[in-house]
Design a protein around this ligand. Structure first.
Ligand code: ZN
Length: 335
């Protein structure tokens, strides 16, 4: 495979704080010899582990982007033992457009791994992470949220892995992030995720969902900023005490029955609240026919007992949309 076309303007081996770019050459009508400029910050101080902190994997998930732009501005080299690499907007073209996917090639970065140096811009970004940045790191934290179409209870998550020790450390990282909820997550389609690319290299991967609706709130920002700081303590890169909420819930998503998905188009009426508990068979949403009056709404029911982890955010709903996600509460830990 040929080397990545992406080059970094920072020296990943140099001590101190550097702000620069990952430059992806793109030749287009407005700039014949142009480049996509993906901001990157490296904070390094001597020997120690490396954490790779990423946001904007999806361009409309602002909680992580905001938290990492603020961390990149504030993190000092003296605080660090080892190295922190911060990329607040992995899919920079998508983030600049305020969209989940890239306006350049319609690429969904988190469905583009391991990537391809000869693919479009989105696959080229994925490839650069897979072959250059992930190998440099020991711990990876990828900050997601619901974006414009989902609202999600803030949580940090790990995945079931064949390597049980890696699974244990990843779950510890999710607990230490301190979002209030930690999840052993079931993905509907894991093959091309960034998560999988990191885990396949034997690195700790913690993913998060930190709110949604294509915005941020004081509450979601408090969780996001605290979590990022906690993660660096978990990784042994900064010192300090973990700031975790007094109460943390551990939730499992064992299988696809967690997902309630729409088979109708229309107007969504939610009958359950984010963070609330539901019983199997309980009506969690209705879809109303908007094309005529006098029609009974269609009822959607929970496929299992559990906690409402996520919901569709816009009221207009189409066939195939995820309406509700339900997780099984395993235990609640009080401090
Ligand atoms: Zn996302």
């Amino acid at each position: 495979m040929r080397p990545s076309p992406i080059s970094a303007t920072v020296d990943f081996d140099a001590d101190g704080v550097q702000h620069g770019f990952l430059k992806l050459p793109v030749s287009h009508d407005e700039s014949a010899w142009g480049a996509v400029m993906i901001p990157v910050t490296v904070v390094k101080n001597g020997e120690g582990p490396t954490a790779l902190l990423t946001g904007g994997n999806h361009g409309d998930e602002y909680e992580g982007i905001t938290a990492l732009l603020k961390l990149a501005r504030s993190l000092r080299a003296e605080e660090v033992s080892g190295r922190v690499i911060i990329v607040p907007m992995m899919n920079q073209p998508a983030a600049m457009a305020g969209r989940r996917t890239s306006p350049m090639d319609r690429g969904n970065l988190n469905r583009s791994f391991p990537g391809d140096p000869d693919g479009g811009p989105t696959k080229q970004i994925a490839d650069y992470f897979t072959r250059y940045l992930v190998p440099m790191c020991d711990y990876a934290l990828d900050l997601h949220s619901g974006g414009r179409t989902l609202d999600i209870l803030p949580f940090a998550a790990a995945h079931r892995l064949e390597d049980r020790e890696l699974e244990r450390r990843s779950l510890q990282g999710a607990m230490d992030f301190g979002a209030g909820t930690a999840i052993m997550m079931y993905e509907l389609d894991a093959a091309a995720l960034y998560d999988t690319a990191v885990e396949n290299q034997g690195k700790v991967l913690v993913t998060t969902e930190l709110g949604g609706g294509g915005t941020s709130t004081p509450a979601s920002m408090e969780i996001s900023e605290r979590g990022v700081r906690n993660f660096l303590i978990f990784a042994g890169i900064t010192e300090g005490e973990l700031q975790r909420p007094a109460r943390q819930t551990f939730v499992e998503m064992p299988d696809a029955s967690c997902y309630v998905q729409s088979e109708h188009a229309g107007l969504l009426e939610m009958t359950c609240a984010l963070g609330g508990m539901v019983r199997q068979g309980e009506v969690v949403a209705r879809i109303l026919d908007m094309t005529r009056t006098g029609v009974d709404p269609v009822e959607y029911r929970a496929g299992r007992d559990g906690m409402v982890l996520a919901r569709r955010f816009p009221a207009r709903v189409d066939m195939g949309d995820t309406i509700v996600v339900i997780g099984e509460v395993v235990e609640t830990l009080e401090r």
